[in-house]
Design a protein around this ligand. Structure first.
Ligand code: LFR
Length: 459
């Protein structure tokens, strides 16, 4: 058990518990439990099945055996409300639910306070949608998903900073809740628990410390980007592609607001300056609709299709909700009803590479920093066609991996809190470089072809 830690990492379609063992400069990972995350629609509203996720966490921690500590991360923005007895008031609502439709346009622009990109599902808009409900009236505290699970494990209450930074209610300059904004929006201050930081101890689960990590999965993933120096862009590529730079201070210019770039809080007081790109979600939805065909064959067929023949603007919010994804793609790309799966997959991956290119370029312009490499981490690093297309589109080398960046970032922050790993982000990244598989993709093809495709996608 000596230097073993358990990372709980919840993604949009599955959760996993990963044990990381640190020994003499090595890091060995073992996924000890995987469980599905299947949202449930109840009387029209899309919910997370939070008790089933908690069951998965408990089973995973049992399978992990003795560890020095536990850390939890998940997707951002979603929360549960608890009453004054600590009981959960209803199942957390999924950020892809339609309850926030139109709300962001009715609320004043918050960029100057929170520095966040305007996404329809930011916590602040979800809360405004929930405000008229009896459930909201009965609520005592709001707990973000990892904070809720940590509360169930330990009884400790708090709001981990990196995830709190995605709510829209945190002041990007002070890194504390913005009480003036919260009161101006008519929200109750009491709902928001004290902010805690990665490395803080939350409490004990059966004698094992639960440690706050970068509980926003993207914050943990960025910790494990195996970069040297600071002239790199990253793409944390899974259900979403989070594309941007790591900065010391937020960029709050009018150009940045107009480009919808976000300044999310990172581990060690960094700023994750990035934009959400639609990521692998359209592909995942198509695969679901098509009855989960074998992906390697489909990707090989997509690779053989002509490149950039059909592109869409994947950042269009029309692609956000679940359901009939292939139909929406065909309509936007002008493809016939009979278009093959391979054609649709190629359209998705070309369009994703194009959207990633746009975000990499804009981030550099808006932040005034040039990059020489793009690090692509997360599940998308397994998709060779996507990695090559991204290198081609950006005109930059892509270093792909690690695939399990989020779990690794979670483990590194715990190991540092325990004194097993020393130093800052540079030292943690050096350990990732030394221990994880990273594949290099060299850019090929013509920049003009990508420029022309960008124009056709309407961006
Ligand atoms: C990625 C992610 C993104 C966030 C989205 C919704 O898993 O956390 O960073 O914008 O999910 O929470």
């Amino acid at each position: 058990m000596s230097d073993a830690f358990a990372a709980v990492d919840l993604g949009a379609s599955s959760g996993r518990v990963v044990v990381g063992r640190f020994h003499d400069g090595t890091l060995e990972l073992e996924v000890v439990h995987r469980f599905p995350n299947e949202p449930v629609r109840v009387v029209g509203t899309l919910h997370w099945d939070i008790l089933s996720l908690y069951r998965g966490v408990l089973d995973g921690l049992a399978a992990a055996g003795p560890v020095r500590s536990i850390g939890i991360d998940s997707w951002a923005v979603d929360y549960g409300l608890i009453d004054a007895d600590g009981a959960l008031l209803g199942n957390p609502v999924h950020y892809r639910d339609a309850r926030t439709d139109g709300i962001a346009d009715r609320v004043k622009d918050l960029y100057d306070v929170c520095g966040l990109q305007k996404l329809p599902f930011n916590t602040v808009y979800q809360l405004i949608a929930a405000e008229p409900t009896a459930q909201y009236a009965a609520a005592d505290r709001l707990l973000m998903i990892p904070d809720l699970l940590a509360y169930w494990l330990t009884g400790g209450i708090g709001a981990e900073y990196t995830n709190a930074s995605t709510t829209g209610l945190l002041d990007v300059r002070t890194r504390e809740w913005s009480w003036p904004l919260i009161s101006e929006l008519g929200l109750r201050a009491r709902l928001l628990p004290p902010v805690r930081h990665p490395g803080d101890r939350i409490g004990l689960f059966g004698g094992t410390p639960v440690i706050a990590v970068g509980s926003h999965d993207t914050a943990s993933a960025v910790v494990a980007v195996p970069a040297e120096g600071d002239d790199f862009a990253y793409i944390s590529c899974g259900t979403w592609s989070l594309v941007g730079l790591e900065l010391d201070a937020p960029v709050l210019s009018e150009e940045s607001r107009a480009a919808n770039f976000t300044n999310e809080g990172g581990v060690d007081s960094t700023i994750r300056y990035l934009r959400n790109v639609m990521g692998l979600w359209p592909l995942q939805e198509c695969l679901r609709e098509w009855g989960s065909p074998a992906l390697p064959e489909l990707l090989a067929a997509a690779a053989a299709e002509p490149g950039l023949a059909h592109v869409v603007d994947l950042d269009d919010p029309v692609f956000l909700p679940p359901g009939d994804m292939a139909g929406r793609l065909r309509e936007r790309a002008g493809l016939p009803a009979g278009a093959s799966h391979a054609t649709i997959v190629r359209c998705i991956l070309d369009s994703l590479a194009l959207a990633q290119r746009r975000a990499v370029r804009q981030a550099q312009e808006l932040a005034g920093r040039d990059v020489s490499v793009v690090h692509l981490v997360g599940g998308g690093a397994l998709n060779e066609l996507l990695c090559q297309l991204t290198a081609d589109a950006c005109g930059l080398p892509v270093l792909a991996g690690p695939v399990e960046a989020t779990a690794i970032g979670n483990l590194l922050v715990q190991a540092r809190a325990a004194g097993v790993v020393e130093g800052g982000l540079d030292a943690m990244r050096a350990l990732v470089r030394q221990t994880q598989r990273i594949v290099r993709y060299t850019p090929a093809g013509s920049e003009q072809d990508w420029d022309a495709a960008a124009a056709r996608a309407g961006r």
